[in-house]
Design a protein around this ligand. Structure first.
Ligand SMILES: [Zn+2]
Length: 261
């Protein structure tokens, strides 16, 4: 009986941990746990495939559709041609599609918002540096060994993976992703964000070929919950993805059936 009790206790505790372990991340300095989302959230679910074949007729091998994550890494040698985003001093985006991003930001300003580009293109080595900084910060905060060869340091590395993408797994390296925040409200915490700012983006981003890449309801499929992260996939795919409420993984898997996510 005592053993059964212990087993049940362990299950309950591990479930509780799963529910409170939701961490918003992906951008340097973002280290926010929240109880606003949990793995028990009924909104976290797969969207059923449309029954009628209304999927866009596209060439899925184009790199604007690339899914980049821990299972699909970019090589350290991948360096796209990028240009400076108009409203920024040193933020860069893929040259071949930057006109759409510039237009979207200009129209946001026109609509009365003050967009701030908190993140855009990142090189592999910068992502590497960000990741290592996050891991050593966690090791320091938790009093773990900061020696990379010490197994204890790997505990910090595992935790860092939940907050900052490991090098090669960030689609910021693709040059097709931006993190957008309101200039006046830059804290990456749900309660502090301007809902109207993101409502505008969620309604209009597809018109410029962008999708909300990591919506809360797709956390279990993408691994990330980042309302500020928008990704260029071209207008056709963006319209479909936003209208159907699917994520890029679900979209990609329709064309590449053996793709696992
Ligand atoms: Zn991002």
């Amino acid at each position: 009986m005592a053993v059964l009790g212990l087993v049940l206790y362990t299950i309950v505790i591990s479930r509780m941990n799963r529910q409170t372990n939701v961490i918003f991340g992906g951008v340097d300095g973002a280290y926010v746990s929240s109880d606003s989302v949990s793995f028990a959230d009924p909104n976290v679910q797969e969207t059923p495939e449309p029954t009628v074949d209304i999927w866009p007729d596209i060439d899925i091998t184009l790199d604007i559709y690339s899914v980049v994550n821990e299972d699909n890494l970019l090589s350290s040698a991948f360096e796209p041609d990028v240009s400076r985003i108009e409203i920024t001093r040193y933020m860069y985006f893929r040259t071949d599609h930057i006109d759409k991003l510039n237009a979207m930001l200009a129209d946001m300003i026109e609509a009365g918002f003050s967009p701030y580009v908190a993140g855009a293109y990142r090189t592999y080595s910068y992502q590497n540096q960000m990741f290592n900084t996050k891991a050593s910060q966690i090791a320091y905060e938790q009093g773990l060994s900061e020696d990379y060869n010490d197994p204890e340091y790997q505990l910090a590395v595992e935790q860092a993976k939940k907050i900052t993408a490991v090098p090669g797994s960030s689609e910021h390296q693709l040059g097709l992703a931006v993190d957008l925040l309101d200039k006046q409200r830059q804290k990456m915490v749900y309660g502090d964000m301007d809902p109207a700012f993101f409502a505008w983006l969620d309604e209009h981003c597809w018109e410029y070929g962008f999708i909300k890449r990591y919506p809360t309801k797709k956390l279990l499929l993408t691994g990330w919950d980042e309302p500020w992260h928008y990704r260029y996939v071209g207008k056709e795919a963006a319209k479909f993805i936003m209208e159907q409420g699917i994520c890029l993984e679900e979209f990609y898997a329709h064309y590449v059936p053996d793709f696992e996510y």
